[in-house]
Design a protein around this ligand. Sequence first.
Ligand SMILES: [Zn+2]
Ligand SMILES: [Zn+2]
Length: 338
Amino acid sequence: MVTKNSADRDPLVIVTREGLYCPQADVYIDPWRPVQTALITHAHADHARPGSAHYHCLSSGSELLTQRVRPPLLTSHEAHQPVKFGPITCQFVPAGHVLGSAQIRITDGEQVWVVTGDYKRIDDPSCARFEPIACDVLITEATFALPIYRWPSMDQVMAEVLQWWDQAVRKQRQPVLYCYALGKAQRIMAELALRSSRDVIVHPTIAQLIPAYESQGVSLCPWQPLVKHPKPAPGSLILAPPGAQGGHLLTQFKALDEAMASGWMQIRGVRRRRALPRGFVISDHADWDGLLRTVQETGASRVLATHGETRVLTDYLNRQGIQAARLATGYGQDEDHA
Ligand SMILES: [Zn+2]
Ligand SMILES: [Zn+2]
């Protein structure tokens, strides 16, 4: 009897024009073009695109996905619940990236493949924790796959945020923290709720996503919406998406103290390009150590890396004896959603 090793077996996931595709199940994962059946890892725009016929997602993410994509047909699944597509079984497993984010576990009963979607390994009070899945082939994101990316602890970063916030208030300036509207903002609100009774003023783009968090029982700090001609709220922090910088809702304040929360803030040049005096390293993606730890914990013998610094990661893994290659995908390398 000849047993095939994993490299000889039929791949469970391939890249097509439409996106990552499992031929045996006839399903796509986070397709970038409209398809019949789309398994969605999370509601960020580069992973959840409109136009497909039938969407599947983790139940905790269904409200966000509905808001973002308006799916004509949506089936939501509890974490780990097996879903059959012909001979293939899929499961949605928490990815720790944003509320409702999932990895997709795919098996034909012989091989196990995992598509991570975006993920992080640091605890986040606004979503379920990443769970490593034993697999043969791991398709991992690689947004921050360089050894320079090492995230500080949230205790450390949040202490820095509170200190900066207090300083701004003492100088009678209005602190504004730019953060991605889906995930990062609500994570910061949940981190604040753990540490203080402080309240924030949130930009409408962020505010409209908050009900999805509240309906999932995520504890957020007290907040009020940012409006034109706001009542004075001395001492409050404004949370706004990066795209709101320079917009009318913010320029109505005389003196702003602006900062940004992103993994990219580890690189000084990015902060300077945006003309921001301050940056906080808060990322919803895995850092270098988080990526390597994940590869190790899954026990994968083959790794395929998508979006980001894929070459450095695959070179490193190949030197460690793990067969690794890059996978060209249509996911964004958007500075704002990291
Ligand atoms: Zn994402
Ligand atoms: Zn992504």
